[in-house]
Design a protein around this ligand. Sequence first.
Ligand code: FES
Length: 146
Amino acid sequence: MAMAYSAKVREHFANPHNVGKIDNADGVGEVGNAVCGDIMKMYLKIENDVIVDVKFNTFGCGAAIATSSMATDLIKGKTIHEAMQLTNKAVVEALDGLPPVKLHCSVLAEEAVKAALLDYYTKKGLSVPEELANAACDHDCEACMH
Ligand code: FES
């Protein structure tokens, strides 16, 4: 039986927002899922603590592309502190849900954003905020690589 994807998931998969690469990005995060083999790379341009631009490249399933697209929409124009609060749940809600077997794809999107923020702090030589330092995966996701 075909999986039920929401209209929003299908829309973001067919026309993903913010696809591409940012040259000289302030933060770059790459994460992967060892089980499905999908890879997500996120680029951030940050000015005065605000994410002024974000792009992504995802080599993965439709849900991974849709969640990457939605995650970039949710953090664009936000402060780094706000972006740090992004959860996979918020991404799923903004997409009007995902089939349960695809929830791990949204975890990848959250992790990509956090990995890019972590890279920003590391590159700048700034001390890493607790929210990011403790961002190690605590999701109950059996497909998770952690
Ligand atoms: Fe791998 Fe979706 S199946 S991220």
